[in-house]
Design a protein around this ligand. Structure first.
Ligand SMILES: [Zn+2]
Ligand SMILES: [Zn+2]
Length: 360
């Protein structure tokens, strides 16, 4: 096979499954032999390319060796036999031409390719919420969470067998690991295969089952999971731990999603990578200048207030905010709130009368 499947579909090695599917659908419409300007040879080529690139296992083989060793490598999924028995494009085209049926070719291919081969089972995803402090969000933190979920059995490492047990052929699928079914569709009959539930696709079952998990390979238990929360995380952001969700017998584990809730800080609120705070200062300090102690997230520092600051003016304390990576940090922005006295004493009043004479 010297054809480049990627070139045929016009996709790259890093293209997503969805992109590959889209490319295939587009080309399948274009080259369909019953369409005007269709090209049967091209159509077969793109079908073959898609049958490989849409299958994780075959794609991996193709990427590594330039060809596919898996069963049914060329020609696509079981039951997809272009032009062969049970898949007759001409009658399909007639149906379309007569205006009786109106549907999307792409959907049909999707059904056939999707249903033609057994899918790997995947455990459920789990979503949890985690509350962290403001400071932990700024600097990052490691947290341990305990989740009761289906996990791979420790005793048998997921095999379901009692240690040392022999295996015997699965009686349900006769060792195939798959159960074949014949389905009828608008395009004719095609066979599909699904994974055998009894042996989980392995074709054999242990003679003696693991006593911890009763042969299931998974068991429900409390599991400790370490979560590394990156510095600078925002309230409401989600962390995904791939494979830390529910385990499933004969399949791959789901993912764990952790939604982070950051508690409010008594002084600071976050604006991007900056921390913003309000600071009440006396009228006289605003007029004459002064200094105030500020508690940053790490230390106490002395902030100079220059003489003549205005209401709402912002003073900046550099590099004490939230990390931006590459060792840079945001700033602390101090918003000044000048406090006017509620009540004036007799003495104060007369002093201010004096100032008034100065024209202030
Ligand atoms: Zn077990
Ligand atoms: Zn079986």
């Amino acid at each position: 096979m010297d054809e480049d499947y990627y070139k045929i579909l016009g996709v790259g090695k890093s293209s997503s499954k969805n992109e590959i599917k889209k490319a295939f659908h587009k080309l399948a419409h274009k080259y369909h032999p019953d369409k005007k300007g269709g090209d049967e040879v091209m159509f077969k080529k793109i079908s073959e390319a898609y049958s490989v690139l849409s299958d994780d296992k075959k794609k991996a083989e193709y990427d590594a060796y330039g060809k596919v060793f898996s069963e049914g490598g060329s020609g696509g999924a079981q039951g997809f036999d272009f032009g062969g028995a049970g898949f007759d494009f001409s009658s399909f085209a007639q149906q379309q031409a007569s205006g009786g049926v109106d549907f999307d070719l792409g959907d049909i291919f999707g059904d056939i390719f999707g249903g033609g081969r057994p899918k790997t089972k995947r455990g459920n995803d789990i979503a949890i919420d985690l509350e962290i402090s403001f400071k932990e969000a700024v600097f990052g933190v490691q947290r341990k969470v305990f989740i009761t979920k289906n996990s791979v059995c420790d005793s048998c490492s997921g095999s379901g067998a009692k240690p040392g047990s022999e295996k015997e052929t699965c009686s349900i699928c006769n060792g195939n690991g798959q159960i074949h079914e014949t389905k009828r569709s608008l395009l004719g009959t095609f066979s599909s295969a699904r994974m055998c539930d009894h042996c989980h696709g392995k074709g054999s079952v242990p003679k003696n089952k693991c006593s911890s998990c009763h042969g299931e390979g998974v068991s429900r238990k409390q599991t400790e999971i370490v979560v590394n929360i990156p510095l600078g995380i925002n309230n409401g952001e989600m962390i995904r731990l791939s494979g830390s969700g529910e385990a499933i017998a004969g399949g791959i584990s789901g993912d764990l999603y952790i939604k982070i809730h950051v508690s409010d800080h008594k002084t600071f609120r976050r604006e991007g990578n900056n921390l913003v705070m309000d600071l009440n200062i006396k009228l006289t300090d605003a007029l004459l200048g002064s200094s105030y102690d500020i508690e940053t997230l790490e230390e106490r520092i002395n902030l100079k207030i220059p003489a003549g600051v205005k209401f709402g003016e912002i003073l900046r304390i550099r590099e004490k905010g939230i990390s931006m990576g590459n060792s840079k940090r945001g700033d602390i922005l101090v918003k000044l709130n000048i406090q006017l006295p509620d009540k004036l004493s007799k003495k104060t009043k007369s002093l201010i009368e004096e100032i008034k004479k100065e024209g202030i």
